[in-house]
Design a protein around this ligand. Sequence first.
Ligand code: DNO
Length: 396
Amino acid sequence: MKETWRWFGPQDPVSLDHVKQAGASGVVSALQHLYRGEAWPLEEVLKRKAEIEAAGLIWSVVESIPVHNSIKLRTGSFRQFTEAWKDSLAATAKAGIKIVCYNFMPGVDWTRTDLRWRLPSTGFALRFDGTDFAAYDLFLLQRPSAEQDYPAERIAAARARYEAMPETGRDDLERTIIAGLPGAEASYTRTALLSLLSEYKSITGGELRAHLIAFLREVVPVAEELGVRLAIHPDDPPWSLFGLPRVVSTAEDVRAILAGVDSPANGLTFCVGSYGARADNDLLAMVKEFAPRIHFAHLRQVTREGDRSFHEAEHLRGSSDMAGVICALLREEVRRKSENRPDYEIPMRPDHGHLLADDILRQVNPGYSLVGRLKGLAELRGVMLGLRYAIPELAD
Ligand code: DNO
């Protein structure tokens, strides 16, 4: 697998030299400042590419081209935004980047409730707490009719949690949930979030899925023509938030997406941490079934705590079988090689790292630490080498 590393551009406190020191050869990046659904100008894409190449690295994957909410809702100017998305795709293809990650989460992108959760090791992890999230939704945001989306016990637990929370804790929780994590399309104020959620209010899971397939029917033929592989990122967390449906959470969701437009250009980002947050996702079965359509891998994992809560674990320790997933991906690479596919190598990145050592004093993007990810990549690299050493047919 190609070892890659997410870089948020020149503002990222983790520099391209750090990427090289970590031993990655590919970079995963996006024009982070153009997140409102506007088309990415070719010159800006080329500028980012030149910055990456000047450091002796390659821009391997675009993560992400944001999909505007109007496309998910199929309202307003969605046609215009779809055209802009295709233009961004064309610009990145022209610059030679042929794998594009995106997501179709309604309203909010990836979400956590705690960005500095103390680990027994004394480092810090990201965490999602189902009760804290409900407390925010019900009692701080006060989303209309939110109580219909939670069972009575969860409401009672959330009320108790909310009442015990100091004012500063409430502010922190709100900031963590709606201020926009790195890579998210946008950040919201409470009022802006409520108004966005009201636009989504009546959408059903069936409708959202139909909107995704309609979008894919538009963009996959363009990707095919450009020689680009699209790689949809799963919902994170993979269940409903704010009462909105999510349609990229389970194996069944993935099957519907892949069958919706049956083309190699319509593929997946296999994010072990996102799919692995659900106990009913059998990751090994999924990676085997979907392997030919996996174009990008996010290797991190979570420890499921039950009750819709999880924290981010060490890359090799958590609720999922990371070595099994890597082994299945290496087998897929061998299969692709036997078909002489030039794109046999699947880019992987060590997703999210703990805050460790010097990370703790630095201002890094949540999840995108230096030492924590470096440790993750080193461990994952060890697994890849070990598997190749032990299983002759996986050897290079
Ligand atoms: C979080 C990331 C997400 C991801 C987008 C993909 O760390 O995995 O921000 O980039 O959801 O569109």
